[in-house]
Design a protein around this ligand. Structure first.
Ligand SMILES: [Fe+2]
Length: 272
């Protein structure tokens, strides 16, 4: 009798055990399915993120190209300024890399250089193309172009640093520049770089009222301005960048970067 009870109990345990095992198997397979769904969902989200990033980058490029098209169209109208921004951007990129800025920071400087005179879109043609000297009133209008340019690019988050450079590319070390009369290292580094490249290219380009300067002559003028209106260390390094083969320009110019703690954000950003 006792043996029968024990057997019945054992069979009951076995049945319970089987039920528990089957329930566990069913839960396990549900878990596997849920995990699979979760993994697929995660992969889909990752794909969405990649697609979104691609779309954002495409959008950035499109916006930048549109602004560039605008700036180039403005320059192309005038044979004296045609290609100016592209040359300034190449020189500025070379200088930025020469002083040891990262490729990303150098690209920001180059992008700002490409757009540095975009604000001239707000200057009437008769002032922009005037062959003779400008009147005081005309100068006042012309001097607004850095602010106008910065205001155009400022709403674009990816051009934040560039907007600061555009705004300050006519500042001069001794405070004689515009729009804010910043002095010395109070001028953002990117703007000091673009200023040196801008002045060099302007001097070596013909104007209606003067012939172009030979490169050596332009460098002499720049050396005269170094430490007074332009950053003297950048002027000295410009010679290295110019000495490099044209193919080397845009990759840092001649020689190794002189990394001595230069930083694109070494001057306080100004509100645009
Ligand atoms: Fe300018």
């Amino acid at each position: 009798m006792a043996g029968e009870v024990a057997l019945s109990q054992a069979l009951s345990y076995a049945r319970d055990l089987k039920c528990a095992y089957e329930a566990a198997r069913a839960r396990e397979s549900e878990l596997v399915e849920a995990n699979d769904r979760l993994r697929k969902g995660y992969q889909q989200t990752l794909q969405y993120a990649v697609d979104l990033k691609k779309t954002y980058c495409r959008l950035q490029r499109t916006i930048f190209q549109s602004l560039l098209g605008l700036a180039n169209a403005l320059e192309a109208k005038d044979p004296y300024t045609r290609g100016h921004s592209t040359r300034v951007a190449e020189l500025a990129r070379g200088l930025a890399l020469r002083i040891g800025l990262s490729h990303l920071a150098a690209e920001t400087v180059a992008q700002a250089a490409l757009l540095h005179d975009l604000g001239k879109i707000g200057v009437p043609e008769n002032i922009l193309r005037k062959p003779g000297p400008l009147s005081d009133q005309e100068w006042e209008i012309m001097r607004r172009h850095p602010v106008t340019g910065a205001q155009i690019v400022a709403p674009l988050e990816f051009l934040d640093d560039g907007a600061v450079i555009v705004r300050h590319h006519h500042e001069r070390l001794d405070g004689s520049g515009y729009p804010d009369g910043l002095t010395g290292e109070g001028i953002p580094l990117g703007a000091r770089i673009v200023a040196v490249a801008d002045v060099y290219d302007a001097l070596t380009s013909a104007r209606p009222y003067r012939a172009r300067f030979a490169p050596a002559e332009a460098i002499r003028v720049l050396h005269g301005e170094g430490g007074r209106t332009l950053d003297g260390r950048l002027v000295a390094l410009l010679v290295d960048v110019l000495d490099a083969a044209p193919a080397a320009q845009g990759t840092g110019g001649a020689g190794r970067p002189v990394a001595d703690g230069w930083d694109l954000h070494d001057a306080p950003e100004r509100p645009v």
